[in-house]
Design a protein. Sequence first.
Length: 419
Amino acid sequence: MIILYVIEMIATPKVADYSVVSFNHDLKEGIVTSVEIYPSKGERTGRVIVSLNNGKTKQFFTTNVNDVTDSINKSEFDENITLHIHEAQKESLFEKILPYIFCLVVMMMCFFLISGMLNGLSGGGGANSRLANFNKSHARMVEKDDNNISFANVAGLEEEKAELAEIVDFLKDPKKYIAVGAKIPKGILLEGVPGTGKTLLAKAVAGEAGVTFFTISGSDFVEMFVGVGASRVRDLFNDAKLHKPCVVFIDEIDAVARRRGTGMGGGHDEREQTLNQLLVEMDGFEDNSGIVVLAATNRVDILDPAILRPGRFDRKIVVGRPDVKGRTEILKVHAKDKMLSDDVNLDDIARITAGFTGADLANLLNEAAIKAAGEGRSSIKDEDIKKSLIRVGIGTEKKSRVVSDLEKKIVAYHEAGHA
């Protein structure tokens, strides 16, 4: 419809500065010298070319050529006007079909342009195009030979590793569990604040067991189009069945497994369909099938109860903040590739970083390394770590800010009240 409208606008003649009103005015003024009329075939409309006594030529289009001739005959200057009415020309077949040919060409150009864009999005065509892959799972697969993470790389989570050890043992040797009628948990939920090492722990399970590892974020399932997320869930588990035994890890599962019935709109419907499909898939694969699903969240309170029941996520492992011993082990891991001065004592650093997660400790040592490099030193001093601790905890010092005596007094009274 838009193309036809454009064609109509192009094909319709336009007159910029002359009209029937202007023509009648010039007739009364007596400045018209000649008029040529080109009537349309089989219609009363036509094109009128007007010559004026100043040498200028004007034209306009009329809906009735008879009105033009009547105006000339009624003019008192009609004897001074040369009138010539041309014979209406028959429209050729080509002129009739030209607009349709133009429309067809434009439509074909649009078709080939859109097809080329879709095929070019992924550098290929057909099944390799992004359009064909839109419903495919975005999970990243790590082959067992490419996964060099094991429990030895996970520091400060000894209890958590102990709970996951039997999962690793099952993936390595499932026969002894099947022999006594045991059913290994289908799903394990890792709960904890961000930065405690949930993703690393999941990858270590696959690496320790020597199986394929699939990882995907919960937000990768959900799209604005209803049904896409459910299709991606099906595709993920189809891939997992082809590569079993394997570990499927869904990070930030609360993005897709949020409690149902708490929202409105199309996005909410899409999330519910995706969650329903996830529940169906977890119920669908058999016990001891060799597929273990691990999921991570820091918002277990908003998860749908259906996904937490036995038979889906049977176990919940709380991955908490490390204690002082755990922080020491984590600091040792992150300090392996850093040059530390002799005055650095990691045990002391662990004691003053209560509440820090593994990610916080890694960031602390990195900030200290940046500070040392910025000052032109090749090793990290204890002072660098202490200053970085302040920077990470409360921010950089505002040296340009002036604190008045009154403000100091108010702060002193406030702090004294805490004593």
